[in-house]
Design a protein around this ligand. Structure first.
Ligand code: SF4
Length: 313
């Protein structure tokens, strides 16, 4: 990075910090956003952490940096807060691959079967679900549901991972087209290649990765679980198979451990639609507010509340 670029970034960060203080707006960021945004976040984390901390945020206004379903989830849980996003086009193709009609069809075919959705889903789909889960708590939630068969969507990779661990039968919606392109496209051959270059390293991958990657990994865990796995395992070098933004967080948490990305191309272009310029512009304009219609919000909230109940079971 050139000196001028660094100077400009520093200037923008200072302006953002000043403005969010002046306007009492809390900056909440997902782990996958760029490192320069993580640096100025008031709160950062995975979907579950962000959903849980929002109620503890005192300011009335939150600028959420991530993708749309995450901001929607915050709004569903915190209707009195005003939630803004820097770019309304930052969305999640995996969440958008599932429609409420697909869930209704599956419910007709498998009546009385609980519907569990990955939190990466739209409010309209959540309104059709009995439970949501995150990649960090999916096993716990599904194990605690009193049914051996589950309608699950939209991520088939996470679903298959949990199906194997829980022994429960999963019916997938939308099926083969439900995946995260960032994780699903990481080829299994990369794991073989990094093991040649870094023979002593251990490979940790996200459950959204394809089966051939998961099968070759030493550990499988959510972004929230990755730091814990490294701390517990105590190794010196790890290869991380998830969105590249996560590497920055892990390096901050484990400065003495050597970390490499399994695929430097695993980048979510939607997360990267957020930048310092549109964060500053949104702080100034207070535009791009997330609105969830009240009857939809109440329906969508039930499955999130049920998730927290299953975690307490
Ligand atoms: S990384 Fe994948 S699941 Fe996450 S927002 Fe991007 S496309 Fe969606």
């Amino acid at each position: 990075m050139t000196d001028t670029l660094q100077e400009n970034m520093k200037l923008l960060k200072n302006q953002i910090n000043t403005l969010k203080k002046e306007k009492n707006i809390t900056l909440v960021c997902h782990n996958y956003v760029s490192s320069e945004i993580i640096d100025i976040a008031d709160f950062k984390g995975d979907s579950l952490t962000l959903a849980s901390i929002a109620s503890k945020i005192e300011s009335e206004k939150i600028l959420f940096v991530g993708v749309d379903f995450m901001a929607e989830t915050l709004k569903i849980l915190n209707p009195t807060k005003r939630i803004f996003v820097p770019n309304i086009l930052a969305t999640c193709p995996m969440a958008n691959s599932l429609s409420p009609e697909m869930i209704q069809e599956a419910k007709k075919q498998y009546p009385s079967t609980p519907v569990v959705l990955y939190v990466n889903s739209t409010a309209e789909c959540k309104a059709e679900a009995d439970y949501v889960c995150t990649s960090g708590n999916a096993l716990e939630v599904i194990n605690n549901i009193p049914s051996d068969t589950i309608i699950f969507g939209p991520d088939k990779n996470l679903g298959q991972h949990i199906e194997k661990l829980s022994g429960k039968k999963m019916i997938y919606v939308p099926g083969e087209s439900g995946f995260c392109y960032v994780h699903d496209k990481i080829p299994g051959s990369l794991v073989d290649e990094v093991r040649v270059v870094h023979p002593n390293a251990k490979v940790i991958v996200h459950p959204e990765c394809a089966l051939e990657v998961r099968e070759k990994a030493d550990f499988i865990g959510s972004t929230g679980q990755m730091a814990g796995i490294i701390a517990k395992d105590g190794g010196e070098c790890y290869i991380i198979g998830t969105e590249v933004g996560m590497l920055y967080n892990l390096k901050e948490a484990h400065p003495n451990v050597t970390l490499y990305a399994l695929s430097p191309h695993a980048m979510c272009s939607n997360m990267k639609k957020n930048n310092l310029l549109n964060i500053l512009a949104t702080l100034k304009s207070e535009s791009n507010e997330i609105i969830v219609e009240e009857s939809l919000r109440l329906k969508a909230k039930t499955c999130i509340v049920n998730m927290f109940e299953m975690m307490r079971s």
